[in-house]
Design a protein around this ligand. Structure first.
Ligand SMILES: [Zn+2]
Length: 323
């Protein structure tokens, strides 16, 4: 679909450019350093990558996000306009395997100007989780095969240490694109790293002593967060927030909540709370928002990644009975 429209555009342009100056009509993008003072054009796939890129680039780049505010990023669809922006950008920052539409458009339009962040994010978790890090053998979400067997968990940004590493990766790549601004990127990355270290420290201290270590959630976005701070994530459905749980999954979740004296079921901002509410109603637990920060909306508990993360910390401290 994209390739045929792209071919049409290319043909049309080559006609226009036939007698024009070559440099003004060249189709290369992201291969030449920007002029001094000229902003880089960077496209990001979803909010946490946008936030990290803006922090690193500062005012040296125009950063545009493909996932619009309030949209759910997992099943993003792109417009022809988005495709054009991707093609013309200096760099596309994305996470392979998270948004199929973005994977496709990067392969077709940004093969030579993209940054795939998973090597920096170090995606070590798969879903269903490996047996070695799971002592709750009968927890719902562990063994009924939602999603691909062994699919990588993409939600690295809920672990500040992983997001920090991604910031370093973005800084390195931007420095290649605009070597004259490398010092700026290096300084911004250092500041980003310090802020995330502070955030990490707040989580570590705030969640050190909690009565309940089982985090029961309708969307399994908190695997890396749970791993980092010593929780055990129990998903009611699976990696994708729009997956409907089966009656058997719901029964398992309800039993787990009762058996483990779980008081709080978490759901997220961008999808319906129906599943969490069902389990909560049947068990007497409370359903509350824990934000996977896949996008910000008017309903978000803050206007930036660290603000929403700190709101999540407060929610977890209450929900997990931390002292
Ligand atoms: Zn997700």
């Amino acid at each position: 679909m994209f390739s045929s429209s792209r071919r049409f555009v290319a043909v049309a342009l080559s006609g226009v450019c036939a007698g024009a100056i070559l440099s003004a009509c060249g189709s290369d993008s992201g291969t030449t350093a920007p002029e001094p003072g000229e902003k880089l054009t960077v496209i990001t796939a979803f909010y946490p990558l946008q936030y990290a890129t803006q922090r690193i680039a500062g005012d040296t780049a125009t950063v545009t996000n493909l996932t619009k505010p309030g949209a759910e990023p997992h099943d993003l669809e792109l417009t022809p306009r988005d495709v054009g922006h991707v093609e013309q950008s200096d760099l596309v920052v994305y996470l392979k395997g998270f948004q199929p539409a973005v994977d496709d458009v990067v392969a077709q339009e940004a093969d030579d100007h993209n940054l795939e962040v998973s090597p920096f994010a170090n995606l070590t978790l798969t879903v269903p989780p490996g047996a070695e890090d799971d002592e709750h053998e009968h927890a719902p979400g562990d063994d009924h095969g939602h999603g691909e067997e062994g699919a990588r968990d993409p939600h690295f940004w809920l672990d500040p240490q992983r997001l920090s590493k991604v910031g370093d990766g973005i800084a390195a790549r931007l420095s290649e694109l605009a070597p004259d601004r490398a010092a700026t990127f290096r300084d911004n990355a250092a500041k980003f790293r310090r802020d995330l270290a502070d955030l990490d420290n707040d989580f570590r201290t705030g969640l050190a002593t909690c009565r309940n270590r089982d985090v029961v959630t309708s969307h399994e976005a908190f695997g890396y967060l749970s791993r980092r701070y010593g929780f055990h994530q129990v998903g009611i459905t699976g990696l994708s927030p729009e997956q409907e749980p089966s009656p058997a999954q719901l029964r398992e979740a309800t039993t787990f909540v009762r058996d483990h004296d779980v008081r709080t079921i978490y759901y997220e901002t961008l999808v319906s709370p129906a599943v969490a509410n069902t389990v909560a109603r049947e068990t007497g637990a409370t359903a509350t928002v824990l934000d996977p920060i896949e996008g910000l909306t008017d309903q978000s508990a803050g206007t930036s990644y660290p603000a929403v993360m700190r709101a999540n910390l407060a929610t977890l401290r209450k929900g997990q009975a931390c002292t």
